[in-house]
Design a protein around this ligand. Structure first.
Ligand SMILES: Cc1cc2nc3c(=O)[nH]c(=O)nc-3n(C[C@H](O)[C@H](O)[C@H](O)COP(=O)(O)OP(=O)(O)OC[C@H]3O[C@@H](n4cnc5c(N)ncnc54)[C@H](O)[C@@H]3O)c2cc1C
Length: 394
């Protein structure tokens, strides 16, 4: 039975406080490595499956169809939902991927713990020479009896400092073309041989890390999907990441749906720009782009496999995040550059939005090739064994 918004409110009122106008929220966890608010919220919502309504009941969700899940998401924006950035890899990427590619045992082992906030995941894809060209990665996984042995280095691992699990893409066969020799693993971050070294970002985040992996032994059932289909699994992960980019589940973006004037514009009132027609035009054009971006993101996120729609959604999301951040800073004049200015954290987080989850240029390549049908880029190493490629041959 599909619940109406009022029925959803009646349930949520029992477990969550309503959002109040004075609540300030961070976006993308920026500048705050706090885990507790998110953990409390997820622990409170998991029994009703409210946090991830489309996941199966019993695995942290409530088996909602896409329409009902969307209604729940919209109603949740009326409540005090914290920024769930720390939990976003698990909730937004690992969960849907394990539902699509994982075994039943893996779904049982991981999903409820993700939905309840008991376990945090990080994404171990990028390497020093494999970012945009992810399929070129060199982390090796070799079978040894009943275990896989992993060796290599990851970098730019957000949440690496506090995650219990890592979603790790590794090369299981260097003798075939690069995309085909990859396999996905779910590994415990406290496995002996996994060393996390934090890197501090300019917005103050400290959870970002390099991860060095030396003879780390993981069990056979750490594999997500079959051996050699890691690229397909990674594409599922990335499409979900892009669809969700910049989205802090449940309204952490600070724009409550039922407010006619978005919060970030209301907060600019003291600067005087709200009364100026040219400024109003600029703010409303950012707001309009922001709304379109939310619709594009929710359309992409509603799909079990968002594919290239995720890239279109990410490009829009990045543009609207930057638009808001730069408009807010400009409106405050020179004072906007001070580290205690309103929106300063967003200002120093904004540039990274065009890089994380795949750069703007890469998203445009995907949209160009897979949506518009434009000719592909020349790719010289796609059909040769990875071991004979520039990197693999070293
Ligand atoms: C804040 C932040 C968080 C991140 N979190 C994670 C994480 O949790 N896990 C993870 O695995 N990774 C993470 N990353 C890494 C991110 O995915 C990579 O930085 C990104 O994919 C780009 O790779 P690169 O840095 O190696 O740049 P490169 O791939 O070396 O690219 C350099 C420049 O060349 C351009 N370029 C490259 N190839 C092409 C092409 N074919 N066509 C046109 N232009 C091209 C790029 O657009 C870019 O401007 C994070 C990055 C940031 C900034």
């Amino acid at each position: 039975m599909t619940l109406s918004p009022d029925e959803i409110r009646a349930e949520l009122d029992q477990i969550l406080p309503r959002r109040t106008p004075d609540m300030k929220m961070t976006t993308m966890g920026a500048g705050s490595d706090d885990l507790e608010d998110g953990r409390r919220y997820l622990a409170a919502t998991v029994a009703g499956g409210w946090g991830v309504p489309s996941w199966p009941a019993g695995l942290g969700g409530r088996g909602a169809d896409p329409n009902e899940a969307k209604t729940i998401g919209t109603v949740l924006r009326e409540y005090a939902v914290p920024d769930l950035y720390a939990y976003a890899v698990g909730l937004g990427m690992v969960g849907p991927t394990v539902l699509a590619h994982g075994s039943e045992e893996q779904q049982q082992r991981w999903l409820h713990n993700i939905a309840s906030g008991a376990e945090i995941w990080c994404q171990m894809f990028s390497e020093p020479e494999a970012g945009s060209d992810l399929a070129n990665l060199a982390m090796r996984a070799e079978r040894d009896g009943d275990e896989w042995v992993l060796n290599g280095q990851k970098v730019w691992t957000s949440r690496g400092l506090y995650a219990q699990w890592g979603l790790c893409l590794a090369r299981t066969d260097p003798e075939i073309p690069k995309h085909r020799g990859l396999t996905m693993f779910g590994i415990r971050m406290d496995t002996p041989g996994v060393e996390v070294r934090p890197l501090v970002q300019m917005n103050g985040d400290q959870h970002f890390a390099e991860v060095f992996v030396t003879d780390a032994r993981v069990p056979l059932d750490a594999l997500i999907g079959d051996i050699g289909i890691g690229w397909n699994v990674a594409m599922t992960v990335l499409a979900h990441e892009r669809a969700l980019a910049g989205e802090s589940r449940g309204g952490g973006d600070g724009a409550a749906r039922n407010e006619r004037v978005p919060r970030w514009i209301q907060e600019l009132r003291p600067t005087g720009v709200v009364g100026d027609s040219l400024w109003r035009q600029r703010m409303m054009s950012v707001h309009a782009a922001d709304e379109v971006s939310k619709w594009t993101s929710s359309r992409a996120a509603a799909s079990r496999n968002p594919g290239p729609a995720g890239s279109g959604a990410k490009l829009r999301k990045v543009a609207s995040y930057k638009g808001r951040a730069y408009t807010s800073t400009d409106a405050q004049g020179a004072a906007g550059m001070l580290s205690d200015a309103d929106g300063f954290i967003e200002l120093v987080t904004a540039p990274s939005m065009s890089i994380r989850g795949g750069t703007d240029e890469i998203q445009r390549n995907i949209v160009g090739e897979r949506v518009l049908g434009l000719p592909g880029e020349p790719r010289v190493d796609r059909d040769i064994p990875w071991s004979e490629s520039r990197r693999g041959a070293r």
